[in-house]
Design a protein. Structure first.
Length: 320
């Protein structure tokens, strides 16, 4: 009888059914459960929930050294998305647990959400909706993306897709880069690569598209916001830890910013009293097309690992 493996999908709760994924995994020898961990940082919850599983199609929950070492059956963490900042890669490598991710699979979804936040903020759509529901008279005057300068902090897959989408609005797009200067992509997309300082001084919209690392932790702090033009819109669909949320709240309170669109945050309560802040529940990546692109790629890696084949997109070494 062909060996079967236990797998879990830990992505956050949503109305996405994972039916295709369950069928594909079953066909390839995996008995799979959906176990939403909801981006938890509760190590005990993860440890108690994951004891029986060898393969995890993981969301953004915490895979710390303690968690990894407490799961003796664990063979692979297949991260649904690009970021592996919540995974202790050293601990995984030491335990012989393979970690893979799915870079670029959800780039279109996150880019679309980013542009949607820009449009909703500049047109006052969400604030207007709330005003109508409260029966309040009057309306606010919006702004247009056309002719505005959009600054992208980072210029990887997602930022480049944002630039592609913004071309139709005839916005000027500038970008700062972290590691490599992708001049070919910038030229193709009509994007000017600039320093972070110039970007903050010039942009009408500032959008984050960088990973969370030691270098970028709380990068968007008081100095960052003070360097912006007055009445800039700020968008974060990247990682919550990149932003010093107390500094962001201060910038909003002092009306330094025109508004903010946040899909990731550590403490949403800091922003609930701002009518010019749009909060979405970590959903930028979550389109039907984006979810399937991520999960199907992760399933391919899981299948390759179980069959002892070379793995695509590996972040840590394959278990020997």
């Amino acid at each position: 009888m062909e060996k079967r493996y236990r797998a879990a999908i830990t992505a956050m709760r949503s109305d996405y059914s994972f039916q295709r994924e369950l069928e594909l995994l079953d066909k390839n020898g995996f008995d799979t459960d959906i176990v939403p961990l909801d981006a938890t940082r509760d190590e005990e919850r993860i440890i108690s929930s994951m004891q029986e599983y060898e393969y995890i199609l993981a969301g953004p929950e915490l895979w710390s050294r303690r968690v990894i070492e407490a799961l003796p059956k664990l063979r692979m963490i297949a991260r649904l998305g690009t970021g592996t900042d919540a995974v202790d890669l050293d601990a995984a490598a030491e335990r012989g647990v393979t970690v893979v991710n799915t870079p670029g699979a959800n780039a279109g979804a996150v880019a679309q959400h980013t542009v949607a936040l820009m449009l909703a903020l500049s047109s006052g759509i969400c604030a207007g909706d709330r005003r109508v529901r409260r029966g309040e008279p009057g309306k606010s005057v919006g702004r247009e993306l056309s002719g505005a300068t959009v600054g992208l902090v980072g210029f990887g897959d997602i930022a480049q897709r944002v630039a592609e989408m913004l071309a139709g609005f005839h916005a000027r797009v500038i970008a700062s880069y972290r590691v490599t200067k992708d001049e070919a992509a910038a030229q193709r997309l009509g994007v000017e690569l600039v320093s972070k300082e110039k970007l903050l001084a010039c942009a009408d919209y500032v959008s984050l598209h960088i990973p969370l690392t030691e270098e970028t932790d709380k990068l968007a702090g008081r100095d960052f916001f003070n360097a912006m033009k007055q009445e800039t819109f700020f968008i974060n669909t990247a990682r919550a830890g990149i932003v010093d949320e107390a500094a962001l709240r201060c910038a909003l309170t002092e009306k330094k910013l025109a508004g903010a669109g946040l899909d990731v945050y550590e403490d949403a309560s800091l922003f609930l009293d701002f009518d010019n802040v749009i909060l979405t529940p970590y959903m930028a990546f979550s389109t039907r097309e984006g979810m399937w692109a991520m999960t199907s790629r992760a399933i391919q890696s899981v299948k390759e690992h179980a069959e002892g084949k070379k793995i695509s997109g590996s972040v840590c070494g394959q278990k020997k």
